[in-house]
Design a protein around this ligand. Structure first.
Ligand SMILES: [Zn+2]
Length: 109
């Protein structure tokens, strides 16, 4: 393949299948490589943010998975666990019955 141009021949079904399988395998490898790269980057970014005080670790009360949450202006935080989807920080009961606590929360933001 690497030694220049050669006349185009019709590929056999077998060749097509082989080629397809090889392509699939390469796509698979590429996908895995990209995924592990993204994961590594994710860890680096979050460690950096944590060091700088722009991220916090919250342990899920339901499944004990550690959730890394950005603490940066303009980034909306999902209050649910990335693993089980349950709420990470259940609001205290006063939040529902005491109007003063509600106002306080709003003012802090
Ligand atoms: Zn969880």
């Amino acid at each position: 393949m690497a030694n220049g141009i050669r006349p185009i021949k019709k590929m056999s079904a077998h060749q097509l299948t082989e080629g397809f399988l090889a392509m699939n395998q390469r796509l698979d490898m590429l996908t895995h490589a990209v995924a592990s790269d993204v994961q590594r980057l994710n860890i680096i970014v979050f460690q950096f943010l944590k060091t700088m005080g722009f991220a916090e670790e919250v342990v899920c009360q339901h499944c004990k998975v550690i959730n890394m949450r950005p603490n940066v202006d303009g980034i909306e935080i999902d209050d649910r666990c990335a693993d089980c989807g349950k709420t990470l920080e259940p609001l205290p009961d006063e939040a529902f019955s005491n109007a003063e606590v509600m106002d306080e929360k709003v003012e802090q933001e």
